[in-house]
Design a protein around this ligand. Structure first.
Ligand SMILES: C[S@@+](CC[C@H](N)C(=O)[O-])C[C@H]1O[C@@H](n2cnc3c(N)ncnc32)[C@H](O)[C@@H]1O
Length: 355
């Protein structure tokens, strides 16, 4: 048992130390805290309750952030740019260590039961051009967003897009997302018509549940103030918009969801940073399922995933790119066509059209 803990602490210390080095400019607060936590065995030991795949620095940070969002007047909170109300005092790393050790039980509860979650509305940029291509080809679209989390990517019809170059597309209903474009994508002047959508997720997040929303917020890094603020606005837009996300499995339930979509418009499946969560055989089963459905009726699929993480998806074979690649797969009269469209920033800040 003692050897187990020693190894655990040693491995985790290395992960926190690597995190500190990797993110000293991108996430200065977490980088400073990670450097300190790497030398705090009592904090590292808290993480022994987490599932092995989740023993990662961001789970510890998200758990502490989750508690802190409920204690906004705490001295530590004043070091978090997204929640600070007064100028910070004291050392953030000292305060963090004390904060999590004093709340060891609550921390363990979160560490044991939660996993890191992202639902990034900036990713709607990924769908703009392929949706426009499809709208021009087949008319109004019905989206099935697989792995939709809280359903924020289904807010596409409510967003305005500010492209550089390209200008503004769509009317702003509270959220405009920006995107820097390089290469030569199709010209888009109007927001493509997505007239119906549903989400499917193995562990959907209910935007009406404050605790679940708080976990989503807690997973955003506190230095990313704008992203945090936009997430809060996206959640409130989702609450007003009757977004539907159903509990279901990517492979087992996608065909039925497509059948429902077909009653409203041309069915388009979207998957963004989801299929990397499936084991290879389930990912292959997902592709086979879409091939089966596509052989029976016209269908489109927008893939926004990393080829390195999902080598068995159409268009990904032979590539070991870590970056997000946007690929359009269409089935028309039973014929499948795969088009690699673009590479992109993981949260949609930029898109490079072409190979
Ligand atoms: C990183 S989130 C991505 C959310 C969203 N697509 C986005 O781009 O912001 C991955 C989501 O996939 C879901 N997921 C994982 N495995 C799944 C499965 N087999 N079937 C359906 N959803 C799954 C998770 O519950 C999680 O909500």
């Amino acid at each position: 048992m003692l050897i187990y803990y020693r190894e655990l602490v040693h491995d985790l210390a290395q992960r926190f130390s690597d995190f500190a080095k990797s993110f000293d400019t991108g996430a200065p607060l977490y980088s400073r805290i990670a450097a300190r936590v790497a030398n705090e065995p009592a904090v590292l030991e808290l993480m022994s309750v987490a599932p092995i795949a989740q023993r990662i620095p961001v789970l510890l940070f998200a758990s502490a952030h989750h508690l802190l969002l409920d204690e906004r007047d705490h001295e530590l909170a004043q070091h978090y740019p997204n929640i600070a109300r007064t100028p910070p005092t004291g050392d953030a790393a000292d305060l963090f260590v004390r904060f999590v050790l004093e709340r060891a039980d609550a921390m363990k509860e979160l560490l044991a039961n939660r996993s890191t979650q992202t639902n990034e509305i900036g990713r709607c940029n990924w769908f703009l051009f392929p949706f426009a291509m499809l709208d021009a080809e087949v008319g109004p679209l019905a989206q099935v967003d697989v792995g939709s989390s809280a359903g924020l990517n289904q807010l596409f019809p409510k967003l305005a897009f500010d492209l550089t170059p390209g200008g503004l597309i769509g009317e702003d209903d509270g959220i405009t997302i920006t995107c820097d474009i390089t290469g030569t994508p199709p010209v888009v002047t109007n927001r493509p018509q997505v007239i119906w959508s549903m989400g499917l997720d193995a562990k959907p997040i209910d935007v009406r549940n404050d605790t679940e929303v708080r976990w989503l917020e807690a997973c955003v890094w506190p230095d990313q103030v704008e992203r945090f603020d936009r997430l809060q606005r996206a959640v409130s837009l989702a609450r007003r918009s009757n977004i539907v996300v159903e509990h279901g499995d990517a492979v087992d339930d996608v065909a039925q969801a497509i059948e429902r979509a077909t009653q409203h418009g041309h069915p388009v499946v979207t998957t963004s940073w989801v299929l990397n969560y499936l084991p290879a055989e389930r990912r292959i089963a997902f592709v086979e399922e879409l091939d089966r459905v596509g052989s029976e009726g016209d269908l489109s699929w927008i893939i926004a995933e990393s080829p390195y993480e999902t080598p068995d998806l159409p268009g990904h074979r032979g590539s070991d790119e870590l970056i997000t690649v946007i690929t359009l797969v269409t089935w028309r009269a039973g014929q499948r066509k795969v088009q690699r469209l673009a590479t992109t920033h993981p949260h949609g800040h930029w898109i490079h059209w072409g190979n």
